[in-house]
Design a binder for this molecule. Structure first.
Ligand SMILES: *Cc1c(COP(=O)(O)O)cnc(C)c1O
Length: 361
């Protein structure tokens, strides 16, 4: 079987380094808000090319905390792509804000920048972009609209660690960005983790305090905060894996290139890329008319696939109030997508096998 994503194999490459680092933490006996967190967040800010980074408990919290720290709440609207993982939208709802959904571009699967302006009202406070599947959103139009209407740009970078737009990294393309380090992401820890990156010192301080019981100094609480922190063990694991992220993303690009050049089947629509360094291939998504049939065929031929995602957020029970809304492009994407195996540990034989099997379909 060609595994979709073998996390054991991915982390085993760093077993000695991880073992040693965890031993050091055990020896020190310090588990939260310590040196590992300081080091990783500083290294990750550098990686993104921005000034500040706060470690938090997960990607959803990262987005939630950004919105809260900006002070957006009931009555405020935030623009978000209809075609995203539900977490982007939940972060908006959790703050009492209204998510305003915008259709994706059928070529990039990301938010369609040309459809944003018509959704802006005097209640709009921010545009949340999602670098979906690992491909950075083309930001020019979004920056232009943010300036024109005085809106914040929030990035959901959970799938796009290391992706670039015009030479700038995700995490440094908006006013603030949320990352997830869920195990399956391009940079993943051994449990839950996330962070916020920004160049805005005020936002940085506020997110950091809110995430730590609203405390700027020990036992001094200036916000009704929450507990959302990145622990020392996860920070250590991430700091080790960060050193290999660029190389791992390169490997993903090589596989994607091989798939794009060698998959030749008129029933299959391959992903489109506007620039090689824009995409870090968190997932390699193809589209086909009869998706379930293709998935079954691949399974019978020992190729494991997943669907990102089977049901759009506006058709989920959680948002039953949107049941009647129609986002045809988004729905078409959800109806036809299938994700092929891609990861830094796929072997050449496995990649060749995936292509051969698909070409015979
Ligand atoms: C994974 C993901 C999140 C949420 O991250 P968690 O760490 O699982 O909370 C948010 N947005 C997108 C697009 C994601 O893929």
């Amino acid at each position: 079987m060609v595994d979709f994503l073998n996390l054991g194999k991915i982390n085993n490459r760093f077993r000695n380094e991880i073992d040693n680092r965890i031993k050091t933490i055990l020896d020190k006996g310090w588990y939260l808000q310590g040196e590992e967190n300081e080091k990783f967040t500083s290294d990750f800010a550098k990686f993104c090319g921005c000034k500040y980074c706060v470690g938090v408990a997960n990607g959803l919290d990262a987005l939630n905390l950004i919105i809260r720290a900006y002070g957006f709440g009931v009555g405020d609207e935030i623009i978000v792509p209809a075609n995203t993982y539900i977490a982007s939208i939940l972060a908006i709802s959790q703050n009492g804000c209204t998510p305003v959904l915008v259709e994706p571009d059928i070529n990039t699967y990301n938010i369609n920048p040309d459809l944003i302006e018509e959704k802006i009202t005097d209640k709009t406070k921010a545009i949340m972009v999602v670098h979906l599947y690992g491909q950075a959103v083309q930001m020019d139009k979004i920056w232009e609209l943010a300036k024109k209407y005085n809106l914040k740009v929030i990035e959901d970078s959970a799938q796009a660690h290391g992706a670039m737009y015009n030479g700038r990294n995700t995490g440094n393309l908006g006013d603030a960005s949320g990352f997830s380090f869920y195990p399956g992401k391009n940079l993943g820890c051994m449990g839950d983790g996330g962070c916020v990156t920004t160049n805005d010192e005020n936002l940085y301080k506020k997110v950091k305090a809110i995430a730590n019981y609203g405390s700027d100094k020990k036992y001094h609480h200036i916000y009704k905060g929450v507990n959302s922190r990145l622990d020392e063990i996860q920070a250590a694991v991430l700091d080790i894996k960060l050193k290999y992220l660029t190389k791992d993303n390169e490997k993903r690009r090589e596989i994607a290139k091989y798939y794009r050049e060698n998959i030749k089947n008129s029933k299959i629509i391959l992903p489109k890329v506007y620039s090689e360094d824009a995409h870090v291939w968190h997932v390699f998504v193809v589209r086909t008319e009869n998706r379930d049939k293709l998935q079954k065929y691949l399974k019978e031929n020992d190729v494991q696939t997943l669907i990102h995602y089977p049901t759009p957020p506006h058709k989920q029970g959680a948002y039953s109030e949107w049941e009647k809304f129609s986002y045809p492009v988004c729905e078409e994407i959800h109806r036809t997508v299938l994700s092929l195996p891609i990861s830094p540990v796929l072997t050449d034989d496995e990649i060749i096998k995936v292509v051969e099997v698909i070409n015979k379909y």
